[in-house]
Design a protein around this ligand. Structure first.
Ligand SMILES: [Zn+2]
Length: 164
C-alpha cells in the first residue's frame, strides 16, 4: 500500500511553482480524488497542461458534492462560486489541468450533459464527488478541464516537509 501523502492546492505555499513543471507547464504530481478517504487516481504526472482562463470565459462550477451518477440535478442556474473549496473570489482567472484526450485520464467520471449548456461535469470515478472539472461538448477544440484546487496531489514523502 502506498504511504505517500496527498495535499490540496491550498496546502502549497507557492502552488504554481510547486505543482507545475517549469520546463513544460504540466502537472508535477499524480492527481487524486479530493476526498482523503478515496484512493482514486485521476491523472498521472505530466498528462495535464496548466492553463488559466479568465472567469468570464470559463464555467464557474457549482460547489463540490456527490453527483448523482445519473444526475441532471445540477443545473447551470445553481452554479455559483462560493469559495467553499478554497477558491478566491478576488481571482480573475480559474486555473485548470487541461487534457485534449479523454483517454489520458487514469480514472474519471462524467455527469450527463447539463441541459441547455452542453456541459458535462467531471467527477471522481469511484466516489462521484464533483464537479472537479468540466468538458464542454460544444467547444470547437476538444478539451477536458480539471480545476487545480478541486483535486489532491500525491507529492510523495520526499518534499512533504517543505510544504507543511
Ligand atoms: Zn473519489
Amino acid at each position: 500500500m502506498s504511504n505517500k501523502q496527498r495535499f490540496l492546492y491550498q496546502d502549497f505555499s507557492d502552488p504554481k511553482a510547486q505543482l507545475v513543471t517549469a520546463d513544460n507547464n504540466q502537472n508535477a504530481y499524480d492527481i487524486y480524488c479530493p476526498q482523503p478517504s478515496c484512493r482514486c487516481l485521476l491523472l498521472r504526472t505530466s498528462f495535464g497542461n496548466f492553463v488559466e482562463k479568465p472567469k468570464d470565459k470559463t464555467v464557474l462550477l457549482p460547489s463540490t458534492e456527490k453527483l448523482d451518477p445519473n444526475g441532471t440535478t445540477i443545473s447551470k442556474e445553481n452554479a455559483n462560486w462560493n469559495g467553499t473549496n478554497g477558491e478566491s473570489t478576488s481571482q480573475s482567472t480559474v486555473e485548470y489541468w487541461q487534457l485534449t484526450d479523454m483517454m489520458a485520464f487514469e480514472n474519471i467520471g462524467f455527469s450527463k450533459t447539463v441541459e441547455g449548456s452542453g456541459l458535462k461535469y467531471l467527477c471522481c470515478a469511484d466516489c462521484n464527488i464533483g464537479p472537479i472539472g468540466y468538458h464542454d461538448t460544444n467547444a470547437q477544440e476538444k478539451e477536458y478541464l480539471l480545476v487545480v484546487n478541486r483535486v489532491s496531489y500525491d507529492v510523495g514523502s520526499l518534499i512533504s516537509e517543505e510544504i507543511v
